[in-house]
Ligand binder design. Structure first.
Ligand code: DGI
Ligand code: FE
Ligand code: FE
Length: 190
């Protein structure tokens, strides 16, 4: 399957608005890869597939996690987290992606983890700041992304964690770890 065929196949897995978001993540991930010594081709591939099963029935996403030995603790957290791990599985099984770096960038694009690879940071941040995103604070994160990918991602995770706390929701441990890891990284580079 070439890139064009892949894009056509992924596009029909989601509503038009979500595809617009995916196009934004593709564009932003390539720009971030160019600015931050990332692999632009891998960033583009991970971006195409990052939300591939976001609009599949939640039951199907859960079944993928249950049936294929993916982290079962995800099932005790917000369903929003499931599409990332299920998506990495689908990218490999149905779209022939075998590059572990790309699969990890899809797998950890929602929760993050500690430490995060450069490609994981690129895709995760691109997901937050692609041009279609409009949430309080996104402009500030875009500004910071001009000079520090770690500082921008830290601000993004902080925002997500605050959002979850305000809603009285649980926070997946990897997100806390990712956030703490970025605090150390930001400190060590000053
Ligand atoms: O799939 P997208 O909408 O493009 O974005 P995403 O994959 O980053 O999903 C983010 C949603 O997941 C966001 O609305 C917050 C929610 N969420 C629920 N629990 C957690 C969480 N996000 C993180 N990072 N950690 C959580 O524990
Ligand atoms: Fe997502
Ligand atoms: Fe996304």
């Amino acid at each position: 399957m070439n890139r064009k065929q892949l894009i056509d196949a992924v596009k029909v897995q989601m509503p038009a608005a979500r595809w617009e978001h995916t196009l934004g993540v593709m564009e932003t991930a390539v720009l971030l890869a160019r600015s931050y010594h990332g692999d632009a081709d891998k960033a583009h591939l991970a971006a195409v597939l990052h939300d591939v099963c976001k609009y599949w029935p939640v039951k199907d996403q859960g079944n993928i996690i249950r049936d294929h030995g993916l982290p079962a603790d995800l099932l005790e957290y917000d369903k929003e987290l499931w599409h990332a791990h299920a998506g990495a599985f689908i990218a490999q099984r149905d779209y022939g992606v075998n590059d572990e770096e790309v699969l990890d960038a899809i797998r950890y694009h929602t929760t993050g983890r500690k430490p995060m690879t450069q490609l994981e940071k690129i895709v995760c941040l691109a997901d937050y700041i692609e041009p279609g995103r409009d949430f309080p604070g996104v402009h500030k994160i875009r500004e910071i992304a001009e000079y520090s990918i770690e500082k921008a991602l830290l601000m993004a995770f902080d925002g997500t964690i605050i959002f979850l706390l305000e809603k009285g929701k649980k926070v997946y441990p990897l997100t806390i770890e990712a956030r703490n890891g970025l605090v150390d990284e930001v400190k060590s580079v000053g």
